[in-house]
Design a protein around this ligand. Structure first.
Ligand SMILES: [Mn+2]
Length: 314
């Protein structure tokens, strides 16, 4: 408690009901030098240079943190543990190669320090550099990747200066730690991917679950099947979330809003199921774009998914 004499406004600023704490209280600022080994951390990558036609996701990390204020810290069964907030990495908006090099190095340092991070974005291209950072820190790991996304994001690219939000899983599979047979994608949407890239993904052994698969079998069953496939023979798991897997009715504030996507309920069920896997070493939540999210519902769904990931951890 703050000494009332030194801070007479403390009581007025406090939560209206201290018996019902709000989720922003879970974020604890990091002090330089504090060890990260074994700790859950949050780190923001406010960069959207991979979506030059529709910028805005650079404001995602801040909006997700702010949206935590809509939630409590208790889900009825689990109390969410506190998490260290490492802040945001400073990224140049006009130099993609430099930004991605900084993202990769930041991710490498977080993994080398032994932290269990949730990264907030930012355009989805960032995920490719995060996984490269993980490969640099832990070159011997066999990584399974579950991607919750409308899109395959396996586009060909010319060079590191031309990385887009459509390239992260091609780059992930270029690292020695990710084999296509250990990648599963859930929420793939019709009319959102080309036959060329669908053939490429299938040829790499990627396990694909469409929106229709989720409709037919349920999000939990589809997620368990995807996990089973992706983690066979792997020793660590990465969950990547592109908010555009959700239908535009639930997530209008994304770089590529889509019709015919997953419901908020299905997004939550996928994330709860995957995050419960004990092999999860890291996750990301990408593509929340606040300028297209006038009532904040996309950021609130992203914040809810963040809480699901944090609550699942021991
Ligand atoms: Mn994506």
């Amino acid at each position: 408690m703050t000494d009332p004499a030194s801070d007479p406004l403390a009581a007025l600023r406090a939560s209206p009901d201290p018996r019902d704490p709000r989720a922003p209280a879970l974020l604890r600022p990091w002090t330089e030098g504090e060890p990260l080994d074994g700790l859950a951390v949050v780190l923001g990558f406010p960069y959207d240079g991979g979506i030059p036609s529709r910028p805005g996701a650079r404001f995602g990390p801040r909006a997700i943190r702010d949206a935590l204020a809509s939630f409590g810290t208790w889900d009825g069964e689990r109390l969410v543990p506190a998490v260290l907030d490492l802040g945001d990495v400073a990224l140049p908006s006009m130099n993609g190669a430099d930004a991605h090099a900084r993202i990769e190095e930041a991710a490498r340092q977080v993994f080398a320090a032994g932290a269990r991070p949730v990264f907030l974005g930012g355009d989805h291209g960032i995920t490719g550099s995060i996984i490269r950072g993980l490969a640099a820190a832990r070159p011997d790991v066999g990584l399974a990747v579950v991607n919750l996304d409308a899109h395959l994001d396996v586009r060909e690219y010319d060079d590191e200066a031309h990385l887009s939000s459509g390239t992260p899983f091609r780059r992930a599979m270029e690292t020695p730690i990710v084999d296509g047979a250990h990648v599963a994608m859930i929420g793939i949407r019709r009319f959102a991917n080309s036959r060329y890239y669908m053939d490429f993904a299938a040829g790499e052994g990627v396990h694909l679950s469409t929106v229709e698969d989720v409709q037919a079998h349920g999000a939990v069953t589809v997620s368990r099947a995807a996990l089973y496939r992706a983690t066979a023979g792997a020793d660590a798991l990465y969950l990547s979330i592109d908010m555009d897997a959700a239908d535009a009715a639930f997530a209008p504030g994304v770089s590529a809003p889509g019709t015919g996507g997953l419901s908020a309920r299905e997004m939550i069920d996928v994330v709860r199921t995957v995050a419960a896997d004990g092999r999860l070493v890291a996750a990301d939540i990408m593509e929340t774009s606040p300028p297209y999210d006038p009532d904040g519902r996309t950021a609130r769904l992203a914040a809810r998914l963040l809480l699901e990931i944090l609550a699942a951890r021991p």
